[in-house]
Ligand binder design. Sequence first.
Ligand SMILES: [Zn+2]
Length: 261
Amino acid sequence: MDCKIIFLGTAGNNSTYQQLKPAGGIIFKFNDKQFHIDPGPGALISAKEANVNPKETNVLIATHNHLNHFNDVNAIINAMTSKGMDKIGTLIFPESLSEEKFQKDFLKESFSLEANKTKPFDDIILKTLPTKHNDIHGFGLKFTAPNLTVTYTSDTGYSKGVVENYKNSDILILNNVYPLNHKKSEHNLSSEDSIKIIKKIQPALAIITHFSTKMLEANPIYEAREIQKQTEVQTIAAKDGLMINPLSMSISLRQKSLNQY
Ligand SMILES: [Zn+2]
């Protein structure tokens, strides 16, 4: 099976609105199935820069009702369906976005999900996971493919109950909003939280993303190194445009110019 994970933007919280980084979300490609998760502001242009064709999107998911996770849902729907000419694709969102004016009539289907629900897309099983965040209806995601399990925490604070659901992940993607030695946040992960989680879950690879201004100042690469040192699990900091093929563990950047913080 072919799998690609592409980061269309690594901004989290305030860094999105200070225009420090794009927040276009993450693409998960399992063979010919393309999932676009959390298309925040700039998702379309970031997709173009990363050679991602929005028309190939099968499933579009907004994990919660914060603008940097769903702002460009309609832009992606328009691109993927050629403005409704092709009635294709699925949109999944939490109940907290039910009133949002998404262009659902352009799509084959759209529905809300709560946490702990399972939805198969051929041989890929998608499961929504609980989070501890300001949007109580939000969810994380676990993709179980035939030979690979990938978990995305979405925005969440640390809680034993939440972390329990990450078990058996080969790849764990953490929205690591704050750096080490930052004051404890109820609703977002810091590098200390990531260390605790990674030690417990022991994935083959951990990837941190969704960086706040404070995290960018601390430098995500240093934070990833420190996390790796303390957990002995390979940990990398996502970059805008980063593409990973986890089954061959090849990591590449589409754009050299983006290869710095
Ligand atoms: Zn959030």
